[in-house]
Design a protein around this ligand. Structure first.
Ligand SMILES: *[C@@H]1O[C@H](CO)[C@@H](O)[C@H](O)[C@H]1NC(C)=O
Ligand SMILES: *[C@@H]1O[C@H](CO)[C@@H](O)[C@H](O)[C@H]1NC(C)=O
Length: 276
C-alpha cells in the first residue's frame, strides 16, 4: 500500500509530461487556460467525436497561444478558442504555417512552414488557397491577430483558417471582430474574457479539397472574479457580404445545433445571462 501511494503521483507525472504535444488527446487537459471557466468549471465548446476531429493546442516558439478543433475531412477548423487580450492588425507576406502532426504523428509539436510542398491528406496547405482570389475568397483567421503590436505569428496557421468571402472578411466580419474587442475592453477589462470563433461547413470546395464554410460565428463570455457571468453573447453571419446577426448564447447554440444536427454548446452549456 505504502509503495503504491508513493508511485501513483510519479506515474501520473510521467504520463502528463510524455504526451505534451500539439495535436493532443484532450485539449482541456493540455491547454485548459483558453477555455472559459464559469462557476470554476473549464468549459470548452462541444468536441465532436470521430477520427476526423483533432484537438490542437496551438503552440509556437514553445508558447501555447490558443486551441483549435480541426476537421481533417473538410480541412478547416470547427472553431478556435482563446482568452481575449487585444486585437491588432497585420498581414502575412510569407506562407502560412501548417500542423506537421496532423500528417505525421511523430513530427515536432510546433506549427511549421511546409517543408515538402505537396498536398497533405489531413489538412489544407498554402497551395490549396492559391486560386482563392478567382473565387472572391481570402484566407480568414478564426482566432484573430490579437497580440498587441507585434504580428501574432501563431495565428497564421492554416489550421486556424478557412476560405472567407473577401468583401465580408474585410468589411462586416472585421467590424464584428472589432465590435466584440471594443465591448470586452470597455466592459470587461477588469475581468477575464474568453472568445470562440467558428465556421460551419458548406457544400462548395476550394481546390476540390478545402470546404468553403456557409456561416461564420463568434461567441464571447466575460467572467467576474467569482466566475459568474458578467457579459456574454455572440454574432452569426453568412460567409457572404451580408449583415451579421447579434445573438445571445442560447440563440447562437440553437443555430449551431440546427446546422450540425446535434447539440452544440459554445461554453459547455454555461455562461448564460439571467433570463436566457
Ligand atoms: C515524420 O517526422 C519525423 C520526425 O521529424 C521524421 O523523421 C520523419 O521523416 C517524418 N516522416 C515523414 C513521412 O515525413
Ligand atoms: C515529398 O515530395 C516527394 C515528391 O515531390 C514525395 O515523393 C514524398 O512522398 C513527399 N514526402 C512527404 C513526407 O510528403
Amino acid at each position: 500500500m505504502f509503495v503504491m501511494n508513493l508511485l501513483a503521483p510519479v506515474l501520473l507525472l510521467l504520463a502528463l509530461s510524455g504526451c505534451s504535444s500539439e495535436v493532443v488527446n484532450s485539449f482541456i487537459q493540455t491547454c485548459p487556460k483558453f477555455f472559459a471557466n464559469p462557476e470554476g468549471i473549464v468549459s470548452p465548446p462541444t468536441i465532436f467525436a470521430g477520427y476526423n476531429y483533432k484537438q490542437i493546442c496551438q503552440i509556437r516558439a514553445s508558447v501555447y497561444e490558443y486551441a483549435t478543433l480541426y476537421d481533417t475531412a473538410n480541412r478547416i477548423p470547427i472553431y478556435s478558442a482563446y482568452k481575449f487580450e487585444s486585437l491588432s492588425n497585420c498581414e502575412r507576406q510569407t506562407d502560412w504555417y501548417i500542423e506537421p502532426q496532423l500528417d505525421n504523428a511523430s513530427a515536432r509539436r510546433e506549427m511549421a512552414l511546409e517543408t515538402n510542398k505537396t498536398l497533405l491528406q489531413n489538412q489544407a496547405v498554402n497551395k490549396d488557397y492559391a486560386n482563392r482570389k478567382t473565387f472572391g475568397l481570402d484566407i480568414g483567421h478564426l482566432a484573430p491577430i490579437f497580440r498587441g503590436l507585434a504580428c501574432s505569428d501563431a495565428t497564421f496557421t492554416l489550421t486556424n483558417a478557412a476560405p472567407q468571402n473577401s468583401i465580408f472578411k474585410k468589411g462586416k466580419w472585421k467590424a464584428t471582430e472589432i465590435y466584440v474587442a471594443v465591448l470586452l475592453k470597455q466592459k470587461c477589462s477588469m475581468y477575464d474574457s474568453y472568445v470562440v470563433t467558428g465556421v460551419v461547413p458548406g457544400s462548395v470546395w476550394l481546390n476540390n479539397r478545402v470546404n468553403v464554410p456557409n456561416y461564420v460565428w463568434i461567441g464571447y463570455c466575460c467572467l467576474a472574479n467569482n466566475r459568474q457571468t458578467k457579459l456574454s453573447g455572440g454574432f452569426i453571419g453568412r460567409n457572404a457580404d451580408l449583415p451579421v446577426s447579434p445573438v445571445n448564447l442560447k440563440e447562437l447554440e440553437k443555430y449551431l445545433s440546427q446546422f450540425y444536427m446535434k447539440p452544440f454548446y459554445v461554453f459547455g452549456g454555461r455562461c448564460y445571462l439571467p433570463g436566457e
